[in-house]
Design a protein around this ligand. Structure first.
Ligand code: NAD
Ligand code: UGA
Length: 482
C-alpha cells in the first residue's frame, strides 16, 4: 500500500456541515492544516469574526472548538483555488437542495454546486488529490465526479508533477443542535470507495479521535445510498408517531404513553418517537424526495409511493395544526393576536430551513392573523425571508381590534421576550422545543392574555396542570386525555 499522509485539507462549503465538521477535524488533528472556503463572503467574514457569538452557525460548543483551532490550523477564506491547489484532500460540503425547475423539479437534487466544485478541483488541484463527497448526494453521483476529475488527470507535463485523483464518499450524520457532540463521538463514520490507499488515508484522519470499530467501510454506492436511507428511516419514524398522535387525540389515548410502551421494545427503541408539528430541517424532506425520484427513475414506482407518503403525512400534520387552531378559536383568527413561540426547526439551532413554523405561520397569515413571534436565536430578517412578507410594527397590545386588523390582512412582528409576545394574545402556539419554554410561568403569563385564551403545545413541553390552573385552555399534540 502507498497511503498518502494528509497534511492539508480543503473543505469547499462553510455551511452547517462544512464549518462544524472542519472545526472538529482541525481541533482533533493539530498536525493537519484545514482551510474552509466558500463563495459567500459574508459567511466567511462571520466565521472569522473575533466575536465568537457572531459565528454564522449557532451550535452549542462550536465557539469553544473554533476558538481553540482558528488561526492555529483552521482557516476560513474565499480563496477557493488557492486552497484546492494546496490540499492533499478536498471535502465537497456544498448545498444539494431539491431542484426548483427543469427535469425532476420538486424531487431530484440540484447538483449544480457539486459539479462546479468537481470542475474547480479538476482545474486547480496539484499532484495527487483525494476528493471526498461530504454533501448528501443521489446514489451514483461519485461516477459523475470521478469522470470530471479523470478528464483532468495527466502525466508529467513541462516538469510539473502528475495530476491524479481518487474519489471517496463520506456522508455526514450530524444533527443540528448536537453537531459538536455528534462529530466528537459519532455513532459511526462511513467511508465508501474503491481506492484502498485513499480510504486508508481518510481512516487515519478519523482514527485520531474515532475508535476503529466505529469506522465502517463500504463500496461507493452503498455509502451514498446509506445516507439517504438513514434520513428516510428517521423521518419515517416521525411521520409514524405523528399519524398516531392524531388517532390518540380522538380516542383518549396519549401518544407519549404509547411511545413509551412501544419504545420499551428493544427491537423498536425509544428514540425519535416524539410527536410534534412535523419534521423540518434542510434534509429530511429533500433526501426522501430524492429517494422517491431515484426509485421512479429506476422503475420502482411502488417503492417511490411508499416513501413519498412519509413526506405527505408530514405536510398534512403541519396543516392539521394550523387548521385546529382556527377551529378552536371559533372558526376565525382574522385580526386575532397569536403568540408563536419558537421559529427554528428544532431547539438549539438558528436554522429555519423547512421549519414547521413557516408553514403554520403562513396558514395563519392567510387567515388574517396577527402573529407576535419570539425565538431566542432567529432574527426578524430571517423570518421575513421565510414568510416572504415584511414585518409590521407591533400594534398596541391593549388596544381592541382595529379596522386595519379586521381587514383580513395577516401581519407579523418579532418580540424580544415571551411576555411581550403573549401580551394581548388569544392563543400561544409552541412550535420549537426550546428549553426555556418548558419552564414558563403560566400564572404570570395568563393574566396578560385576552380571555378565553388557548395554549397550543405542538411540542408537548408545557406542564399541563400549570397551564390549566392558570385558567387557560390547552391542546397538546397527541393527547386525547385532555
Ligand atoms: P449550507 O447551505 O449551510 O452550506 C453550503 C455552503 O456551500 C454555502 O455557504 C454555499 O455558499 C457554499 N457553496 C456552494 N457552492 C460553492 C462553490 N462552488 N464553491 C464554494 N462554496 C460553495 O448547507 P449545509 O447544511 O452545510 O449542507 C451541505 C450538505 O451536507 C448538503 O448536501 C446536506 O444535505 C448535507 N448535510 C447537511 C446536514 C445538516 O444538518 N445541515 C447534515 C448532514 C448532511
Ligand atoms: C437529521 C438527522 O438526524 C441527521 O442524522 C442528519 O445528518 C441530518 O438530518 C441531515 O442529513 O441533515 P437534523 O435535521 O439536523 O438531523 O435534526 P433532527 O434531530 O433529525 O430533527 C429533524 C426534525 O425532526 C426536527 O424538526 C425535529 O424537531 C423533528 N423531530 C425529531 C421530531 O418531530 N420528533 C422526534 O422524535 C425527533
Amino acid at each position: 500500500m502507498n497511503v498518502p499522509q494528509i497534511r492539508n485539507i480543503c473543505c469547499i462549503g462553510a455551511g452547517y456541515v462544512g464549518g462544524p465538521t472542519m472545526a472538529v477535524i482541525a481541533d482533533r488533528c493539530p498536525n493537519i492544516q484545514v482551510n474552509v472556503v466558500d463563495l459567500n463572503e459574508a459567511r466567511i467574514a462571520a466565521w472569522n469574526d473575533p466575536d465568537l457569538s457572531k459565528l454564522p452557525v449557532y451550535e452549542p460548543g462550536l465557539d469553544v472548538v473554533v476558538a481553540r483551532a482558528r488561526g492555529r490550523n483552521l482557516y476560513f477564506s474565499t480563496e477557493v483555488d488557492v486552497a484546492i491547489a494546496g490540499a492533499d484532500m478536498v471535502f465537497i460540503s456544498v448545498n444539494t437542495p431539491t431542484k426548483a425547475k427543469g427535469l425532476g423539479a420538486g424531487q431530484a437534487s440540484d447538483l449544480r454546486w457539486v459539479e462546479a466544485c468537481a470542475r474547480q478541483v479538476a482545474q486547480c488541484a496539484k499532484g495527487h488529490t483525494i476528493v471526498v463527497e461530504k454533501s448528501t448526494l443521489p446514489v451514483r453521483t461519485a461516477e459523475a465526479v470521478d469522470l470530471i476529475l479523470k478528464a483532468a488527470q495527466r502525466q508529467v507535463v513541462d516538469g510539473e508533477p502528475p495530476i491524479s485523483f481518487a474519489v471517496l464518499s463520506n456522508p455526514e450524520f450530524l444533527a443540528e443542535g448536537t453537531a459538536i457532540r455528534d462529530l466528537e463521538s459519532p455513532d459511526r463514520v462511513l467511508i465508501g470507495g474503491e481506492n484502498a490507499d485513499a480510504i486508508q488515508a481518510l481512516v487515519e484522519v478519523y482514527r485520531q479521535w474515532v475508535p476503529h470499530e466505529k469506522i465502517l467501510l463500504t463500496n461507493l454506492w452503498s455509502s451514498e445510498l446509506s445516507k439517504l436511507t438513514a434520513n428516510a428511516f428517521l423521518a419515517q419514524r416521525i411521520s409514524s408517531i405523528n399519524s398516531l398522535a392524531a388517532l390518540c387525540e380522538v380516542t383518549g389515548a396519549d401518544v407519549r404513553e404509547v411511545a413509551r410502551a412501544i419504545g420499551s421494545d428493544s427491537r423498536i427503541g425509544s428514540k425519535f418517537l416524539q410527536a410534534g408539528p412535523g419534521f423540518g430541517g434542510s434534509c429530511f424532506q429533500k433526501d426522501i424526495l430524492n429517494l422517491v425520484y431515484l426509485c421512479r427513475h429506476f422503475g420502482l414506482p411502488e417503492v417511490a409511493d411508499y416513501w413519498e407518503n412519509v413526506v405527505a403525512l408530514n405536510t398534512w400534520q403541519q396543516h392539521r395544526i394550523s387548521r385546529l387552531v382556527v377551529q378552536k378559536l371559533f372558526g376565525t383568527v382574522t385580526g386575532k393576536r397569536l403568540a408563536l413561540l419558537g421559529f427554528a426547526f428544532k431547539a438549539d439551532t438558528n436554522d429555519t430551513r423547512e421549519a414547521p413554523a413557516i408553514c403554520i405561520a403562513n396558514d395563519l397569515l392567510e387567515e388574517g392573523a396577527q402573529l407576535a413571534i419570539y425565538d431566542p436565536k432567529v432574527d426578524s430578517e430571517q423570518i421575513a425571508r421565510d414568510l416572504q412578507l415584511l414585518a409590521s410594527s407591533p400594534p398596541d397590545a391593549q388596544a381592541g381590534p382595529t379596522r386595519a386588523a379586521l381587514s383580513g390582512e395577516g401581519t407579523w412582528w418579532t418580540c424580544s421576550n415571551v411576555a411581550a409576545a403573549v401580551a394581548g394574545a388569544d392563543a400561544v402556539l409552541i412550535l420549537t422545543e426550546w428549553q426555556q419554554f418548558r419552564q414558563l410561568d403560566w400564572a404570570a403569563l395568563a393574566p396578560l392574555m385576552r380571555r378565553p385564551a388557548w395554549v397550543f403545545d405542538a411540542r408537548a413541553v408545557v406542564d399541563p396542570d400549570a397551564v390549566r390552573a392558570s385558567g387557560l385552555m390547552l391542546w397538546r399534540v397527541g393527547d386525547g386525555s385532555l
